[in-house]
Structure formats: structure tokens, C-alpha cells
Ligand binder design. Structure first.
Ligand code: NAD
Length: 431
């Protein structure tokens, strides 16, 4: 059973600057490639994106002045199908970040065996500084600037940090107006009324819950005896926590950006509102105990699900992480160094590219619905998602079981990388 960590004040420990997403992605690629018999030249090629577009986006502000923002779209590899990946509006968006995240999308799509490659893009902007009208004008201009790069058969963006279904609706409308035909398949994550899929919003959290359930079962634990702590009670975290709660797990702690709540007997996750439902409602909830986000990561639970932001389990706090398993809900919550330490301690870390891949999987379903002009029921979406997640879990689990020296992350990368390399080999190099 979970116990709360010591609440004594501890001095702030400045963490070393986390390495860039592209550096981490390259290191992970090299590590996975070492487990496979593949041509070093192919691996070298996969360390680089196929193309990165950098665009200037002049925006007329509400006060009549003009601000010029910078946008990127990194396209990593499309050997298995059109590029796929989110568009992020965040002040720290950079070319390197987009390339690293695009590489992760390549492996994520391949692990799920989806006919997509990897991409990522974004605008260097704090969306909180924009009015709704400004955000719409910026999005429409971004769609126009990226028009030569994107398309339903070439590159299909989706929502990411700072963007949402409404943003995707504007993007799709701008693209469609310029092309002269309604083209819902140019983006996924749209509102259902214009070709979005039911279940898309809940999908990453649902896949985190499904993979947690399977991993718990793999280690012969009983889900109804399993305690869970979830950092970040947003779209991914709240949906994962509520499903696990429904399936019998005891969710003892959840958090938002302002802090965590803790009940050793289990929280009623449906009673706690998510941060997006009402900001401050997680940390303001009437729970037996409140904790800091750092303390949540150190709870003595069976499963820790970091589902907020990247780089939260690091070399400097990993020694205090007492969970028996980590399931990555967020993208990149565990640094490379922390990952190796957890592995050496025998703590399984189920990687993001498998656990939260429900989002891109339902994006694939959305794309199929758009192309076929036929929508699926929520029941069908959830049923097909379950099938795809179990198939991917089986592929990763059997790879993990075949070797003594593969971590769960290695196994997922090996599955994904092998598929990408096989496709390159089958298509051959056009000299
Ligand atoms: P969200 O904005 O809905 O929720 C994020 C939650 O984390 C909120 O509760 C917020 O209060 C909390 N949070 C923010 N900053 C924090 C901090 N510094 N410390 C602790 N908590 C903090 O976002 P989301 O869509 O749930 O995404 C969460 C993570 O999952 C991100 O890493 C994202 O890239 C990843 N992800 C999202 C999707 C998706 O489709 N939504 C798919 C795959 C992966």
C-alpha cells in the first residue's frame, strides 16, 4: 500500500540542462539499432529529418500592430506512409525539438503498425498571449505557409501542446479554401461535426490505461490490488486515471500544475475535475492530503504514470522514485540517465511510444473515416483501439521476452525500427 513521502523541506536542487529532444532521440535510435542487424548507413540516415520547413508568420494583432512569429514543420521519414504528427504552439518550440519529436512519431506509428511516418511542427509563441481571433489568424497563415508540405496523402498534422480541435478546424478550413475542395483528411483531431472522430480526445489516456492493465497482468499483479499515482490530471492523465479506477485499480494521487492530492484509500477520480475542466480544481479538491508534484513522483505506489510534461523523472530525483513500475503517459517524461538507473533497479518503464499511442491510432481511424466519408460510432472506435493496442502490446512483449538485455523501451524501439528498416530495404535506394 502506498505511503506518503517525508514532507520535510528540501533544498532546491538545480537539475542539469536536459538534453535536446533530437539528441535524446538519436541516442535512443543508436541504442535500439545496436540490438538489430541493420545497415549502419540506414541508421545514419534515420538520425536526420527528410525536410524541415521554417516559415515566418506575420500576424496582425488586435491593436493593428504586426508581430512576426516563426513556425516549423519537421518531416522525419515517410517510407511507410504520409508524415503524421502534431502542431505545437509554445514559446520553447525549436527546430531541434521538432526534429526529435518527429523521430519519435516515426517509431510510434511503426510500433502501432500504422501506415504513417513521423513529423512534428509548431509555432514559437505563447498561446496565452493571443486572443482567440489572433490565434485563428495565425493558424490560417500557418496553414497557408505549410500548404506545399501538408495534405491528406503527404503530411497530416494534429493537435499538440497549445493547439486543440478548434485550431485544427481553422487549419482544415484554410487549407480547404485554398485547395478549392473540402479536405477533412489534411488534419486529425478536428471536431466531429467536420470529420473528427469520436473518442479521439480520450484515446491517449485510454491507451495508457489499456497498456497499464496489460503490464500489470504481465507481472502477475492484480489490478484490483494495484495503487496508481498520476502526475497531470489533463487530457491524458484524467482519462487514464478514470479508466483504471473503473477497472478496479486504486488511484491514490493525481495532480495538476499547482500541486497534487493524495488519499491512501483511493480518490474518486470522477469526482475530481480535470485541470482543463476547471483550472485549480485538482489541487483545490478536498482530499485527505495535498502534496507537491515532486512528492507525487516519490510516492510508494505500484504504478507511477507521469502524464503532464517531459523530463520529470531525472538523474536527480530517480533515487527517490519508489514506484514498482512507470508507465509513460506524457512524451519523454523519463530522461535517458534516469531510464538507465530505473532499468538497473529492475523497475519496468513502459515507454511513451507504446503507452500513449492511442492518440495517433485514433487519428489514423479519423483519417480513414475522412477518406471514406463515413463516420464510426464511439463503440467501434474504442473496440478497434483496444484491438490495435493489444496487437502492439503483443509485438513489444514478445520482443521483450525474446532477449534478456532489452528494456521495454528497447523492445518498442526494436519493433518500430525493424519495420521502418524493412520498408526501406523493400523499397530500395534510388541511386
Ligand atoms: P493537458 O494540457 O490536457 O494536461 C496536462 C496536465 O498536466 C494538466 O493537468 C496540467 O495542469 C498539468 N501540468 C502542466 N504543467 C505541469 C507541471 N510543470 N507539473 C505538473 N503538472 C503539470 O495535456 P495532455 O494533452 O494531457 O498532454 C500531457 C502529455 O501527454 C504531454 O506530454 C503530451 O505531449 C502527451 N501526449 C498528449 C496526447 C494528446 O493527444 N493529448 C497524445 C500523446 C501524448
Amino acid at each position: 500500500m502506498a505511503t506518503a513521502p517525508e514532507t520535510a523541506e528540501r533544498p532546491e536542487e538545480p537539475d542539469a540542462e536536459p538534453e535536446s529532444a533530437v539528441a535524446t532521440a538519436r541516442r535512443q535510435l543508436e541504442r535500439a539499432a545496436a540490438h538489430l542487424d541493420i545497415d549502419g548507413n540506414v541508421v545514419e540516415r534515420l538520425k536526420h529529418p527528410r525536410r524541415v520547413s521554417r516559415v515566418s508568420l506575420p500576424l496582425e494583432r488586435d491593436d493593428g500592430s504586426v508581430t512576426v512569429y516563426t513556425g516549423y514543420r519537421a518531416q522525419h521519414d515517410s517510407v511507410r506512409g504520409p508524415y503524421k504528427g502534431g502542431l505545437r504552439y509554445h514559446p520553447e518550440v525549436s527546430e531541434d525539438e521538432c526534429v526529435g519529436l518527429a523521430m519519435w512519431m516515426t517509431w510510434k506509428c511503426a510500433v502501432m503498425d500504422l501506415p504513417f511516418g513521423g513529423a512534428k511542427g509548431g509555432v514559437v509563441v505563447d498561446p496565452k498571449d493571443l486572443s482567440s481571433g489572433e490565434k485563428e489568424r495565425l493558424t490560417r497563415r500557418f496553414a497557408q505557409e505549410l500548404r506545399a508540405d501538408v495534405g491528406p496523402m503527404t503530411d497530416i498534422p494534429a493537435p499538440d501542446m497549445g493547439t486543440d480541435p478548434e485550431t485544427m478546424g481553422w487549419f482544415m478550413d484554410a487549407y480547404s479554401m485554398q485547395e478549392g475542395e473540402t479536405t477533412p483528411g489534411v488534419v486529425t483531431g478536428k471536431p466531429p461535426v467536420i470529420g473528427g472522430s469520436y473518442g479521439r480526445e480520450e484515446a491517449p489516456g485510454r491507451s495508457v490505461a489499456i497498456i497499464t492493465r496489460e503490464a500489470v497482468d504481465y507481472y502477475d499483479w492484480d489490478l484490483t490490488d494495484t495503487t496508481v499515482a498520476v502526475q497531470g490530471f489533463g487530457s491524458v492523465g484524467a482519462n487514464a486515471a478514470r479508466l483504471l479506477d473503473e477497472w478496479g485499480a486504486t488511484v491514490v494521487a493525481v495532480s495538476d500544475v499547482d500541486g497534487a492530492i493524495y488519499d491512501p484509500d483511493g480518490l474518486d477520480t470522477n469526482d475530481v475535475m480535470g485541470h482543463d475542466e476547471r483550472p485549480g480544481m485538482v489541487s483545490g479538491y478536498d482530499a485527505p492530503e495535498t502534496l507537491s508534484n515532486e512528492a507525487l513522483l516519490e510516492l510508494d505506489v505500484d504504478v507511477l504514470i507521469p502524464a503532464a510534461i517531459g523530463n520529470v523523472v531525472t538523474e536527480s530525483n530517480v533515487a527517490d522514485v519508489r514506484a514498482d513500475m512507470v508507465v509513460e503517459g506524457a512524451n519523454g517524461p523519463t530522461t535517458f540517465a534516469a531510464d538507465e538507473i530505473l532499468e538497473s533497479r529492475g523497475v519496468p518503464v513502459i515507454p511513451d511510444i507504446l503507452a500513449n499511442a492511442g492518440g495517433v491510432t485514433v487519428s489514423y481511424f479519423e483519417w480513414l473515416q475522412d477518406i471514406n466519408r463515413r463516420s464510426w460510432s464511439l463503440e467501434r472506435v474504442n473496440q478497434e483501439l483496444e484491438t490495435e493496442m493489444l496487437a502492439a502490446w503483443d509485438d513489444v512483449r514478445s520482443t521483450f521476452d525474446r532477449s534478456d538485455d532489452l528494456s521495454w523501451r528497447d523492445a518498442a524501439y526494436v519493433v518500430g525500427l525493424q519495420r521502418v528498416v524493412d520498408a526501406h530495404t523493400a523499397r530500395g535506394l534510388w541511386p
